[in-house]
Design a protein around this ligand. Structure first.
Ligand code: ADP
Length: 249
């Protein structure tokens, strides 16, 4: 029997906003190497759970562990240091910086030394090379020097993906990677996430059931802040409580 190493885990996780419980007593195990989808109707608590797992929100109660290590209450940077990183939002892109500059900044930030490394030509060359590899990987090689503000929506989303890839996390959290995309960009993103998922653990939120069905090894369905169902896509898709929850949308 295959051993299941749990990469990311939550126990009894809850989050209250002034008395309103957005996430209620959630248990979650994300197994190493799997692609795990978080789905559920609007207001189910997906974003809140995502923010809890990455340290952008602190839980009211419960614990979160990464490879068995307690990270509850830690800052996003500390959690990233444990190998868990989330996709950036378009709103955090700088319109007047190019895709290559975004990646160089991210790679320099990760090198961590700040000013101490700033003048190292060999390090800058290495970052330039890595930035260009990442741009090639997400299909932006031809747009490396275009200001980000001039990119099309799907291209901005591809840049977000390159930025999270630059962090090279063991566990990658993607917040609605295909939101607002047309069919062609959706299919390209599915293919990209598949490649990215090789040798990595991926957790993603997506409303598009085609995307969930194409990518997810395991699906957790949230409803009113609680886990309503879990299993493979086929299992949860046919779960009558899940069907009822979506009919209510
Ligand atoms: P989802 O991502 O599944 O749509 P959210 O996690 O965004 O759900 O929201 C879950 C519930 O928590 C919603 O009812 C939402 O209104 C509420 N909520 C989310 N963030 C806050 C906040 N900062 N303050 C108060 N209520 C919030």
């Amino acid at each position: 029997p295959g051993s299941r190493t749990v990469a990311l885990s939550a126990r009894g996780l809850s989050k209250e906003f002034r008395g309103f419980r957005a996430v209620k007593d959630v248990d979650l195990d994300v197994v190493e190497g799997e692609v795990h989808a978080l789905v559920g109707p609007n207001g189910a608590g997906k974003t809140t759970l995502f923010n809890l797992l990455t340290g952008y929100l602190k839980p009211t109660s419960g614990t979160i562990t990464v490879h068995g290590k307690d990270i509850t209450g830690k800052e996003p940077e500390q959690i990233a240091h444990e190998g868990v990183a989330r996709s950036f939002q378009i709103t955090s892109l700088f319109d007047n910086l190019t895709p290559r500059e975004h990646l160089e900044l991210a790679l320099q930030g990760m090198a961590g030394g700040g000013m101490r490394f700033w003048r190292s030509d060999s390090l800058l060359r290495r970052h330039r090379g890595r930035a260009d590899e990442l741009l090639e990987h997400v299909g932006l090689a031809g747009l490396a020097e275009r200001p980000a503000g001039e990119l099309a929506y799907g291209q901005k989303r591809a840049l977000e993906m390159a930025l999270v890839l630059a962090l090279d996390p063991q566990v990658m959290l993607l917040d609605e990677p295909t939101a607002g995309m047309g069919r062609e960009d959706v299919d390209r993103t599915i293919e990209l996430v598949r490649q990215v998922a090789a040798g990595r653990t991926v957790v993603f939120v997506d409303h598009n059931m085609h995307v969930v069905g194409s990518l997810a090894d395991h699906v957790t369905v949230l409803m009113s802040g609680e886990v309503l169902a879990r299993g493979t896509y086929e299992q949860v898709r046919n779960d009558e409580r899940v069907v009822a929850a979506y009919l209510g949308e």
